[in-house]
Design a protein around this ligand. Sequence first.
Ligand code: SF4
Length: 143
Amino acid sequence: MLEAWLSRGDRRLSAVIYEAWKAGAKFDAWKEYFQYETWLAAFDMVGLNPEFYTHRQRRVDEIFPWEHIDSTLRKKFLFEDYMLSQRGDTRIDCRQRCFACGILPTFADLRRGNPGEIWQCPEVKSKKIPVHALLDYSGLSVN
Ligand code: SF4
């Protein structure tokens, strides 16, 4: 739960961390120091529900706190992976079929400048496609 809060949390979690620290929480990765109740009390103190970060259905068009970090992968691609995982499926190796994961628009110039087989990604022919043109999450949701 603590790892989920810290990895999925938004900036409001800083107050929770501060309150937990003031109450003595530290080295929580060590079993003998882990203070679950302290963290729950810190959530309560700042008026946040910990389950907001861990136990709710999330809409796919929700803007996640970490979305300003550009991994170059399209959100739609990651959502497709999520849906596959819900069915117990995985993708085939993308060297057999490109799924347009999103890295090529970012590295288009690098790809153009380094043609050949080493990439094992398709050649880049068009100019960079705006990310908003690739997103269509209407009617979809994610845990
Ligand atoms: S082949 Fe390249 S661009 Fe296509 S899905 Fe794989 S890594 Fe992404």
